[in-house]
Design a protein. Structure first.
Length: 411
């Protein structure tokens, strides 16, 4: 027993001694590393201090001031002096097509591409664009309003929609004919007389159209709508006539049927497609649903029996007697209403009008729309004016047939 206890005591003593030595050695290593760490921190602090001494704060401040000075006044590309000029340009429009053309042209100053789509029935139909190559390609684009596109969102909400093309794959597919590689997109509704008549589509190579720019585009579209509404109430005078009565807008002669009142015709719209060419100084767009809501209360004129010649086209309206101011106003209102109804037909059926002119069968192609328009004219215009004039037919010849009555075909 004494031997065992002695061995045990000796063993414990050796273990305790070795552990004590290990603890001392560990503490020494810790102290060394702590010292190294402190020296490294001191060196790092000295390095930072040296860099601080090298920084020239005046140079940094000057560079920042230069960057700020180069930014547009409103940030993000917004320039309210340009917006003011754009509003003035849109306001110069004296007809539906002029205002819409000016609108697209001005919006193109703010975005890479802008395209106007006319809402007709269940579709949005391309009409005029800037920034698209070739420009005519927009006329081949028809976007269904029931598809999963940004057009459907705008049509249902009647509010502008902004986003990225990656969030609207169906929109990119619907607009594939326009080409390009757009990123940021914007679609804005054009409201006329509380009806959504068109949608302005814009896109950009930037990831998004800057909010200030998008806001200005929305302002321009809203202003254009109000301008068109005002034109329909108070016609604008633009351009002058020569001594022979030829208007400044493209050399078209004013129709000889005007009552004895002087009103200058509209000036020529800017370059580009104009679906309302020849529609004069006052016109307004009704949404296609307005036409569809009108009931056709009177049947179309009967066709001549086989073997009998068709009746001769109606002669242009001529009012030769002196008329009172009240009658004069009634005639002006009737002409203006006929002009806006017929220009609406042309706006929504431009391709049919062009084909009808070539084949001289405009009435056959647009019979339903023409008769609805005729009924609207009959319901709106007093009988005493309709008995001595036929302004609706005059506008059919002037706007749809381009002045050639034979292009209307049998009626």
């Amino acid at each position: 027993m004494a031997l065992e206890e002695d061995l045990k005591a000796r063993t414990l003593a050796l273990i305790s001694q070795q552990m004590a030595n290990w603890v001392v050695e560990i503490q020494r290593y810790i102290q060394e590393h702590q010292g190294n760490l402190v020296r490294s921190l001191d060196e790092l602090q000295e390095t930072v201090a040296r860099y601080d001494e090298k920084i020239n704060e005046d140079d940094i401040a000057a560079a920042m001031s230069e960057v700020v000075a180069q930014q547009p006044p409103a940030g993000g590309g917004a320039d309210y002096s340009q917006l003011k000029a754009s509003l003035h340009q849109v306001e110069r429009g004296t007809s539906l097509s002029e205002v819409l053309t000016h609108l697209v042209n001005e919006v193109a100053h703010y975005v890479d591409r802008a395209a106007m789509f006319i809402v007709k029935g269940p579709n949005a139909i391309g009409w005029y664009a800037r920034g698209v190559e070739p420009p005519e390609s927009v006329k081949a684009v028809t976007v269904p309003l029931n598809g999963e596109t940004v057009f459907r969102i705008v049509y249902n909400s009647r509010h502008a929609e902004r986003g990225h093309i990656s969030q609207a794959a169906s929109t990119a597919q619907a607009l594939a004919r326009l080409g390009g590689d757009p990123q940021g997109i914007l679609a804005v509704p054009l409201i006329l007389r509380d009806k959504l008549a068109a949608i302005l589509y814009c896109d950009s190579q930037q990831e998004e159209i800057p909010p200030p720019v998008a806001d200005m585009v929305e302002i321009l579209v809203s202003f254009a709508g109000k301008t068109i509404d005002l034109i329909s109430v108070t016609p604008k005078a633009a351009g002058t006539t020569t001594g022979t009565g030829t208007a400044a807008r493209g050399g078209h002669e004013e129709a000889p049927h005007r009552p004895p009142v002087s009103r200058p015709p509209a000036s020529a719209p800017p370059s580009g497609p104009s679906p309302g060419d020849g529609e004069g100084a006052s016109t307004v767009m009704f949404n296609a649903s307005t036409f569809n809501a009108m009931r056709q209360q009177a049947p179309p004129p009967a066709r001549p029996a086989p073997g009998r010649p068709a009746p001769a086209p109606a002669m242009p309206t001529v009012v030769s007697r002196a008329i009172s101011p009240e009658e004069m106003k009634a005639h002006e209102d009737a002409k203006r209403f006929a002009r806006l109804v017929v220009s609406e037909i042309k706006l929504y059926n431009e391709s049919k009008v062009n084909e009808g002119r070539r084949n001289k069968d405009i009435y056959e192609r647009l019979k339903e729309d023409i008769e609805r328009g005729r009924q609207m004219y009959t319901d709106r215009v007093p009988g005493n004016v309709r008995e001595v004039t036929n302004y609706f037919y005059d506008e059919l010849v002037r706007i749809l047939a381009g002045g050639d009555a034979s292009a209307l075909g049998p009626m």
